[in-house]
Design a protein around this ligand. Structure first.
Ligand code: SAM
Length: 282
């Protein structure tokens, strides 16, 4: 699609009635597919147990079934938070899930009220990533975890049948001001943070990395020498297409002289680091 058409579509999606109409046709990803729901739930469970926890999912889209599974696995409470009301409060209540719709900035949730935050292909869509991560840190209890799968690719071609091996990161060709003019109001908007940006943002906010898994785009590795717009990035940032992280808000430990001090993550739990070896080909 051409840049002027993208800019026009984005401007039209800034009109609320049109945006509401388009929302009906969004495919948000899992779309309650039972196999995918099980896979995502199992992935979260690799990093944190749900039992007895207050669990929050960021950006569930149409799919509350992952949280339903968390409830069945013993979660104390389940909350979903999204910027778009893909579901009604009634549908969520039937599943015993609290459903919060907000403007994507401050989360209307109490500080230190959540033990586990999960998100699946949602963080790449947030318009204010720094604020979202600070909010995650604020609402998590000390020792609480954030488990997130972040799809770092361009979403413009998702849902189409054509394969675009050279376009996995096409969105990175545009300067930020133009990208925002093309996508800000659209569900295919991605904030384009690379994996090192996410790790930096999360650790600078105060999180400890418990697990960090990177999946590399084989097409991009193969075509890297031709994709000149990617050469300004560190190689692993340029070719990583999915980032899975488990981050922990450090627990507090009572210290008789200084009050509470930050405690390092427990050594008892393994820190899983399945970071693929990456070598540039240019
Ligand atoms: C690609 S969909 C993924 C939905 C679901 N996790 C799935 O995999 O089916 C991205 C979701 O993130 C939501 N989203 C975007 N920005 C958000 C924000 N700041 N806070 C919470 N959700 C957000 C979108 O409305 C959408 O529901």
């Amino acid at each position: 699609m051409s840049v002027p058409v993208d800019v026009l579509q984005n401007a039209l999606m800034g009109l609320r009635p049109l945006a509401k109409l388009a929302q009906r046709y969004h495919s948000t990803g899992l779309n309650a597919d039972p196999d995918m729901v099980s896979r995502v739930f199992n992935l979260y469970s690799r990093f944190a147990s749900m039992s007895g926890k207050d669990v929050l999912e960021i950006g569930p889209g149409h799919t509350l079934e992952v949280l339903e599974k968390a409830k069945a696995a013993g979660a104390k409470s389940c909350t979903a938070i999204d910027v778009i009301d893909y579901l009604s409060g009634e549908q969520a209540r039937e599943k015993q899930i609290a459903y919060v719709v907000y403007d994507g900035r401050i989360m209307p949730l109490a500080a230190e009220s959540i033990d586990l935050i999960c998100s699946y292909t949602a963080l790449e869509h947030v318009r204010y990533p720094s604020m979202t991560i600070q909010e995650c840190f604020r609402i998590l209890r000390p020792g609480g975890r954030l488990v997130s799968v972040i799809d770092l690719g361009d979403h413009s071609w998702y849902g189409e049948n054509t394969s675009c091996p050279d376009r996995a990161f096409h969105c990175l060709r545009y300067p930020e001001w133009l990208w925002n003019l093309m996508r800000w109001n659209r569900s295919s908007y991605v904030n384009r943070l690379r994996q090192s940006d996410w790790i930096r943002l999360l650790t600078e906010t105060g999180f400890t990395v418990r697990a960090h898994e990177a999946t590399v785009s084989a097409d991009t590795v193969r075509l890297f020498s031709q994709l000149h717009y990617l050469h300004k990035y560190q190689y692993d940032d340029a070719v990583t297409c999915v980032l899975t992280v488990c981050m922990e808000k450090p627990a507090l430990m009572r210290n008789s002289t200084e009050g509470y001090v930050v405690m390092a993550p427990s050594e008892a739990e393994d820190t899983c680091r399945a970071y693929l070896p990456i070598t540039p080909e240019v």
